[in-house]
Every structure is written in C-alpha cells, then in structure tokens.
Design a protein around this ligand. Structure first.
Ligand code: FES
Ligand SMILES: [Fe+2]
Length: 318
C-alpha cells in the first residue's frame, strides 16, 4: 500500500479505568514508545516516551506531579503540552526552549483513551461520537478483552466486507449482508443466526460502523440487545493489539447480567481466535481472485486506502 506505514485516525491506546489519577502507563504503538498519564485535573496525556535530556523512558519510573510528569533519571518535568516546565538543578534557572517531547492529541470517549495518529501531522478530521448507552444505568458497563495478534490492520478491516467467512469461520448463517462507505465511515449491516460453540442459537441483526480506520462500534439486536466495540492499534509493522468489549441491556439480575456479559465476551474471544488462526498464517493478496458471492471487498479496500494517503494525494485522487 502506498503512503504512510500506519493509518491516519483515532486509535484506542487504553481503557479509561486502567488509568487512575496520578497513574502512568508505558505504551508501545506505531513502532515507538509512548507514555500515558492522568494528571490531577483528570486529563489523560500522551507524550513520546524518551526524555530529550539523556533519553530515559518517562513511562518506566516516571511520576505524575500535578498535570506534569517527572523523569525518573534527573527529574526534569514535562507538562501536558510536552514542554519542559522544571529542571531542578539548572543553575541559571533557564529551561532550554528545545527541551520538549511530542504531545499527542488525546480524546477520551466511551470509557476509552484514543490518540490521533497522522504521519503527516494533520489535525483530527473527524470525532469519535459518544455511545448513548455508555454510562446508562439500564446497560452493563464494558466487559473488555485485549489480544496481541501477529498480523496487519488491513486483515482485521477485511472482515467488514467478507461475508463468505462467517459461516465457515464463525458458524454464523447470514440472511442479509450489505456494506456502505461514507467518508470516514465503513458500515456493515447484517442479519442472521449465530450458533455459539456452547450450543443453542441466537438470531441477530446488526449495524457495525468503523469510525475511521481502527475503531468499530456495533449495535446488535439479539437475545440480549448489545453494543460491541472492536478496536485495533498497531504495535509495530507486524503486530497489533485488538481490544473488544461488550455492553448489554440489563434484562435480568446484576449477577445474571454479569454472567451473560462474560459469556458474550468469551464468545467474541472465541470468534476472534478463529479469525486469528487465519490472519496469522495467511498471505496478503493485492489482487485476490474473487467470485460473485464475495461482496464489496474491492470497495472496502478503496475506502480503507484513504487513511494512508499523504495530503497531496488526498487533494488530487488518482
Ligand atoms: S534523562 Fe530525563 S531528566 Fe535526564
Ligand atoms: Fe471474522
């Protein structure tokens, strides 16, 4: 694929509840180290991890002071905009103006911490919309899971249009299936019957929408109405994190709902594990041999390409 190595868009880098006020997480995404911390104001901040002084990793032993982070090596302190705000032993008191690390654009929505990634340095071109059911007492909180997978993001994305793999890989019969691609949105509408490995069957109808290249929200009507999220973030060019979560409409006791939510999450995990075995062992076909039952794989790929294009190519397509 021409253009950037990693797509342009919002990527999930953490679950909000993993990051209490004053906490620091060391991250590795987009082939580099990052540091995520939550300052006293409650804001989540993401900075390039390596200190401009002598290169310590702020995410390993760094500590939060107010809304800044203190380097574990010589205690230089960096604010949320990445600028150095204190060098405790500097004799003149002058902080070198170039003493700064890159600050990433962060958005915290729906219980998730996102960063905006763009190789070409452009500002965000779309927003992550709130999920109305998140935080609604009539719905369970997220039950989340994280997998590390040796594959490329384009393989995950291909699921959006790949109707034919559902019966084979996921024991799901598809009754109707269609895709729509609108700007940064990649949409799948499907209905059918799922046959969970544990037995039984579940009729469903869903709309699954990618908001940009890496974050998908599914609204599903089935035995229990649910909302799913599926988000991937590249660690480097060969490996990614896949996070998925489920939230269910409460239709029974708390204890029963927690069991259902765990059951749904485990089913999803089994579903993804079935994909993973394919993903980790397959070859990428630039020009796949398709048949008339394959659906919109070409349209999906054209939609997905936009997230890799440099600014010039974007203005003058083709
Ligand atoms: S390496 Fe960070 S303060 Fe020296
Ligand atoms: Fe799949």
């Amino acid at each position: 694929m021409s253009g950037a190595t990693y797509a342009t868009g919002w990527f999930v880098v953490a679950i909000s509840e993993e990051l209490a006020t004053g906490e620091v997480l060391s991250l590795q995404y987009f082939g580099q180290k990052l540091v995520l911390f939550r300052g006293e104001s409650g804001e989540a901040t993401v900075l390039d991890a390596h200190c401009p002084h002598l290169g310590a990793d702020l995410g390993v032993g760094g500590t939060v002071v107010g809304d800044s982070i203190r380097c574990p090596f010589h205690a230089w302190r960096f604010g949320a905009d990445g600028g150095c705000v204190e060098i405790p032993y500097c004799i003149s008191g002058k902080i070198p103006p170039r003493a700064r690390v890159r600050a990433w654009t962060v958005s915290e929505k729906n219980g998730l911490v996102f960063v905006w990634h763009d190789t070409f340095g452009r500002a965000p071109s779309y927003e992550i919309p709130p999920i109305a059911e998140h935080g609604d007492p009539a719905w369970t909180p997220w039950t989340m899971s994280l997998m590390t997978i040796r594959t490329a993001p384009r393989e995950i994305i291909e699921n959006v249009a790949d109707r034919a793999h559902f019966p084979r890989v996921h024991s799901t019969e598809i009754d109707s299936f269609e895709n729509a691609f609108e700007g940064h949105l990649g949409i799948q509408r499907a209905s059918g019957t799922a046959y969970p490995r544990a037995g039984g069957s579940d009729k469903f109808k869903l709309t699954a929408t990618y908001h940009g290249p890496a974050y998908q929200v599914t609204e599903m009507e089935s035995f229990l109405p649910n909302r799913l999220i599926n988000a991937h973030t590249p660690i480097d060019e060969t490996t990614l994190h896949l996070r998925f979560g489920v939230m269910l409409k409460k239709m029974a006791s708390e204890e029963k709902m927690a069991r259902y939510a765990n059951g749904y999450r485990d089913n999803l995990q089994i579903g993804f594990a079935e994909d993973v075995q394919i993903w980790e062992n397959k070859a990428w076909r630039d020009r796949p041999m398709l048949c008339d039952g394959d659906g919109a794989i070409g349209a999906l790929r054209r939609w997905y390409r936009q997230f890799y294009l440099p600014p010039a190519a974007e203005e003058h397509p083709g």
